[in-house]
Write a protein that binds this ligand. Sequence first.
Ligand SMILES: C[S@@+](CC[C@H](N)C(=O)[O-])C[C@H]1O[C@@H](n2cnc3c(N)ncnc32)[C@H](O)[C@@H]1O
Length: 257
Amino acid sequence: MVNQKIAIQLLCESGDAEKFITLCENEGLKHDSSSSFGLIQTEFNGQVRLELRKLSDPKLGAVFVDFISGKMAHRRKFGGGRGEAIAKAVGIKKDYLPNVIDATAGLGRDAFVLAAIGCQIKLVERHPVVRLLLQDGLQRAYADQEIGEMMKKNMILLPINHITELDPIANACDVVYLDPMYPHKIKSALVKKEMQLFQQLIGSDADADNFLEPALKLAQKRVIVKRPDYAPFIAKKAPHFSRETKNHRFDVYLTSL
Ligand SMILES: C[S@@+](CC[C@H](N)C(=O)[O-])C[C@H]1O[C@@H](n2cnc3c(N)ncnc32)[C@H](O)[C@@H]1O
């Protein structure tokens, strides 16, 4: 859990500055003009949105959450849908759409793939900057004419940091999804610039092995762990089976045997 205040430049280029600062402070951020990272409230295409930027390295671009247009919209409209490896890993069938807790929500991209298919997903994210970016993307998506209703029904960010804060009985779900940060191979030129920035801010989730047990307690059917293809099993525990993609594996731990 991130307990201490995170120092970052809080910059407002558009919208209500006071509200923005209060929002950030409530999430545990504090303005630090010497930080090389900035969380910026800005405007894009007539909408106010939050962006993370590395101010000392603008070439890295901005990280923001956009479920309405761009890559996520393209994937929703033209992606594999139920044929996607993640959909198969969580066990989606013709008449079965599991409800899922995404315990390491990040920017919500994997969760969105499942939500667009029709799964109901509760999101948990512990890093305050990431949580703010995600909440911002969700708010804009909720207000969208095309996907708003689906998003309000299927994707909700829980006001907690970690799934251990959830009572396993009251919050039982079919599937818990885990995708902790994993160190990239040194020569990974393929890591996109925006993700490099994300990784520099968050680092790797060195405590990831501890996530498996609470996830297994919560999930009625299965826990899915997304890993790079070169990474060992989480907590050194072999899954019941894995689904492989080009660069990743989805390790599947069944809980209802
Ligand atoms: C690789 S990213 C997830 C990316 C996400 N699957 C997506 O599609 O955007 C991992 C995220 O999990 C978060 N995280 C790591 N450990 C966590 C924990 N124990 N509880 C909540 N969030 C956690 C990190 O802060 C980071 O944002």
